[in-house]
Design a binder for this molecule. Structure first.
Ligand SMILES: Nc1ncnc2c1ncn2[C@@H]1O[C@H](COP(=O)(O)OP(=O)(O)O)[C@@H](O)[C@H]1O
Ligand SMILES: [Mg+2]
Length: 228
């Protein structure tokens, strides 16, 4: 099973949206896909796939969580441990224990590619995912402003420190990709990030396209064309 974290130190750049699109893309490509929502602060994946947490069976005591299956994608989320919408107020060791505990209980069935929807930051959740859950690959998501690029550089430094293979960066909401005074194109974004290749460019989409499942496979292929 290939485990790939969708990462960015920055919140709101589109990690969850990109995870969702990538899951669809990998499914179209014929892979069996799973998503582990590791966003301890704002788990959104169930919401994204319109899964009502109240319909998700609690663990039956056998210590096993069956993933929820939507569009052939197997999904589990830290939200299962945060039922009742309580915000996570765990300190590092507790946070780590919760992520590892849940991950080890999920009964993935023949998953080829497991995508980790990451929280913002470079802290405890990242250390847990890369150290304890043995995720060795990551895809970066970068927004269309210099702040986002600066934060992405921090993510790159973190991933390099942990010797994580960075598969590439996805430009998200890229209608006006700018860095300082310069308009950024894929090449200069890449140059700003130690030549990490740009493997996808997702434009600013309408809410209908994102949330009403109106993106057909052709569009998704156009946005995420070069990933292999
Ligand atoms: N390509 C896009 N076009 C338009 N809106 C987007 C796009 N990507 C993300 N968004 C919106 O930006 C907000 C943050 O996206 P999200 O995927 O939750 O980011 P993150 O997981 O990095 O916090 C959401 O409201 C989402 O709908
Ligand atoms: Mg998110």
């Amino acid at each position: 099973m290939d485990k790939i974290a969708i990462s960015s130190a920055k919140g709101g750049v589109g990690k969850t949206t990109t995870t969702y699109l990538l899951a669809k893309k990998f499914t179209y490509d014929g892979y069996k896909v799973g998503i582990f929502d590791a966003d301890i602060y704002g788990p959104n994946i169930f919401n994204m796939f319109k899964v009502d947490i109240n319909d998700v069976k609690k663990s039956d005591g056998s210590n096993i969580f069956e993933p929820v299956v939507v569009e052939n994608i197997q999904i589990s989320s830290v939200e299962l441990v945060l039922r009742n919408n309580e915000p996570a107020i765990w300190r590092g060791p507790m946070l780590s224990k919760v992520l590892i505990g849940l991950y080890n209980k999920v009964n993935w069935t023949d998953v080829d590619v497991l995508l980790f929807d990451m929280p913002p930051g470079t802290g405890d959740a990242y250390i847990t995912v890369f150290n304890d859950l043995k995720v060795e690959k990551s895809i970066l998501v970068c927004g269309d402003d210099s702040l986002s690029i600066e934060d992405t550089k921090k993510t790159v430094l973190f991933l390099n420190k942990y010797k994580i293979s960075i598969l590439g960066v996805i430009e998200n909401m890229s209608e006006n990709f700018s860095f300082g005074e310069d308009i950024i194109n894929s090449k200069s974004l890449s140059a700003n990030l130690n030549d990490i290749p740009v493997i996808g460019t997702v434009p600013r989409l309408t809410k209908k396209e994102i949330y009403n499942n109106c993106l057909n496979s052709n569009k998704i292929y156009a946005y995420l064309p070069n990933f292999n």
